[in-house]
Design a protein around this ligand. Sequence first.
Ligand code: ADP
Ligand code: MG
Length: 131
Amino acid sequence: MIKPEAAAAGHAGKILDMITGNGFRVVAFKYTRLSAEEAGTFYAVHKERPFYGELVEYMASGPIFAAILEKANAVEDFRKLIGATDPAQAAEGTIRKRFAESKAKNAVHGSDSDENAAIEGAFFFTGREQY
Ligand code: ADP
Ligand code: MG
């Protein structure tokens, strides 16, 4: 996902360019908005974390771009491309170093495993929206 603040700031084109320029193939892509309930479901794994309420409110605060991306070693390589959760810790040349505002408003979401990537992809896209 390209998160609400990055989408609102008009960074989606540059972020997508970094993604495709680093060898990821776009399988599916859409501009959409999560309700608070949907954001809560999407981030249910973080339910017990102190920032969960803030995270859900933020992710439902405006439209986002959702994508399914394909590449060998995609999860690990995408996390390398986006950089650390906290942009202050993110390496030079990463998406979060360039576009994140803060640890909470950190521009992009990346799946943390192949299993979760499949669940998260199916959350946003039907089979006929994936190519
Ligand atoms: P990542 O997105 O790098 O996988 P996490 O899965 O740990 O990071 O957290 C999910 C999201 O929750 C982060 O991308 C960020 O938007 C938010 N978040 C994480 N830690 C904090 C925190 N300490 N305070 C506020 N928001 C946070
Ligand atoms: Mg995560």
